[in-house]
Ligand binder design. Sequence first.
Ligand code: MF3
Ligand code: CO
Length: 260
Amino acid sequence: MIFVKNSAQLDKMRAAGRLLYEIMQRLREVIKPGETTAAIDAYAEEQIRRHRAVPSFLGYQGYPKSICTSIDDEVVHGIPSDQVILKEGSILSLDCGLILDGWQADSAFTVPIGRIGPEKQKLIEVTEACFFAGARAAVADSRLGDIGYAVQQLAESQGYGVVRDLTGHGIGRNMHEDPSVPNYGVAGHGVRLKAGMTLAIEPMITLGAWQVRQMEDGWTMKTLDGSPCAHYEHTVAVAAGKPEILTLPGYNFDAPAGVR
Ligand code: MF3
Ligand code: CO
């Protein structure tokens, strides 16, 4: 069952989304070569709690940390560790969620560690563009398949793989609500979108094939072929005409490229 949020509920989700946006910006600044992923996790948890919010990942189905840190061929759900030191030339996907006043926000980005090669740089940029293409379709009276179609078209036009085993999701009082939001699909098919639906749209795009596998830790997902992967996620509210990106407050779909 898909929960449509009323304006008071959307206000609560806006507040959660804005807080997560602000924390994600601070996290970007502490990511650098030589840092451990455990240190970034500790900083994230401290920031979340300092603002009277709760880390939604911590304890979720037994997950042990407040963020996921996935490096290079790790797709998602990498577990922060004091044994994992960020190395120049890698890419890091950082995924974080929080609960503020009972309402959830969920967001992820991929960033370079120091200097990286052009292939990884382009993968990051295209993955972000895939998100915006998908999010642009999250408007009232569109269909769910329009989102996945837009993501898939852009990714595959660049020869990239679209991860299928993991999807975006509805989000609200719970981190994972209906509907599941695949990053592939058929335009004009699927559930009809309504203003007030709130979706975590999160393309996971690989430089190679789409197949993934789970590691022995029970969490970390990696590409089967070892190719690098990027992930970009925001919590989005469906609206008439233009969606609202709750974890990117002020984002304007109609601004000229480069202006946000
Ligand atoms: N952000 C992830 C998602 O979109 C959730 C991480 S799984 C957790 O589904 F266990 F770490 F919470
Ligand atoms: Co998510």
